[in-house]
Write a protein that binds this ligand. Structure first.
Ligand SMILES: N[C@@H](CCC(=O)N[C@@H](CS)C(=O)NCC(=O)O)C(=O)O
Length: 244
C-alpha cells in the first residue's frame, strides 16, 4: 500500500497549499495506482522534515522526485514513457526551473508580502492552541525569510523577484505554445509538476505580480484548468485521515 502524507487542505483554490503535494497526488491519480492519504499539518513528521512524504511497503520516503523514482522502480509509475531522450532532458530542465526557482517566487509572494501573509497566516496556523497560535506564525515567518535568504531570492528587490518569476512563466508559456500539454497530446510528469505550481499561483485569493503574470498567459491558465479537470476526474483516494 502507498500512503501519501500531505498538508490538510487549508487554502481555497488549490487542492493543496504545497505544490509538491499537488504534483505527487496528481501523478498518483493519473497513474491509477491505489493509495491512501494522511493529513499532516507539521512537515517535521516526515523523514526529511518536508511534505509530501510517503510510506511504501512500510518504508517512509521524502522528496517528491525521489518518491516518483521509487514508485517507478517498484510500481511502474512512469508518466514519461512516451518521451524520447531529448524530451526527457527538456522535461527535467522544466521541472527543475519550476521547483528550484519559480517555487521560491511563490513562497516570497505568500510569506513576505503583506497580501500573502494576511491570507495564509490565519489558515496555516488555525489548528494551533493558544498561545502557540500567536507565537508560531512569527517564528515560522522568520524561518521562511532565512530560507528565502539562503536560496538568494530574498536578496533581490521586489521588482527583481517578480521579474524572475515572470521570466519563468514566459518560458513555460512559450514551451507549451498551442499544445494541450507540454509534450503534445498527453500529460507527462512535467505537466503534473507545472499544474501543482500554477494552481497554487493562480488558484488562491492571493493578489501578487506573480499571479498577474501567470493570468496574462492564457495558455497557462487553460493548461491549469485542463489539468484540474483531469485531477478531479481521476480516482479519489480511498479515505482521508488526519495523522495522530
Ligand atoms: N524537494 C522537495 C520539496 C518539498 C517542500 O519544499 N515542501 C515544503 C512545503 S511546499 C515543506 O515541507 N516545507 C517545510 C520546511 O521547509 O520546513 C520535494 O520535491 O518534495
Amino acid at each position: 500500500m502507498i500512503r501519501l502524507y500531505q498538508f490538510p487542505p487549508t487554502l481555497k483554490g488549490t487542492p493543496n497549499a504545497s505544490p509538491f503535494c499537488v504534483k505527487l497526488e496528481c501523478a498518483l491519480r493519473l497513474s491509477g495506482l491505489a493509495y491512501e492519504t494522511e493529513l499532516v499539518p507539521n512537515p517535521a513528521a516526515g523523514p526529511k522534515h518536508k511534505v509530501p512524504f510517503v510510506e511504501i511497503d512500510g518504508e517512509r520516503v521524502g522528496d517528491s522526485a525521489l518518491i516518483l523514482d521509487l514508485l517507478k522502480l517498484r510500481h511502474g509509475l512512469d508518466l514519461d514513457r512516451g518521451l524520447n531522450a531529448r524530451q526527457r532532458a527538456e522535461s527535467h530542465a522544466l521541472q527543475r526551473m519550476i521547483e528550484e526557482r519559480l517555487y521560491w517566487v511563490m513562497v516570497y509572494s505568500r510569506w513576505m508580502e503583506p497580501k500573502g501573509w494576511d491570507v495564509i497566516r490565519p489558515l496555516f496556523f488555525a489548528a494551533l492552541p493558544w498561545p502557540m497560535r500567536r507565537l508560531i506564525p512569527h517564528m515560522a515567518r522568520k524561518t521562511a525569510r532565512q530560507k528565502l535568504d539562503g536560496h538568494g531570492i530574498d536578496r533581490h528587490t521586489r521588482e527583481e523577484v517578480y521579474a524572475l518569476g515572470a521570466h519563468d512563466l514566459a518560458a513555460l508559456s512559450a514551451f507549451l505554445g498551442d499544445n494541450p500539454f507540454l509534450f503534445g497530446e498527453a500529460p507527462t510528469l512535467a505537466d503534473v509538476t507545472m499544474y501543482g505550481f500554477l494552481v497554487n499561483i493562480i488558484g488562491p485569493d492571493i493578489a501578487s505580480p506573480l499571479k498577474d503574470a501567470a493570468l496574462g498567459h492564457t495558455n497557462l491558465v487553460a493548461h491549469t484548468e485542463r489539468m484540474g479537470e483531469l485531477f478531479a476526474s481521476t480516482r479519489l483516494p480511498r479515505r482521508f485521515k488526519a495523522a495522530a
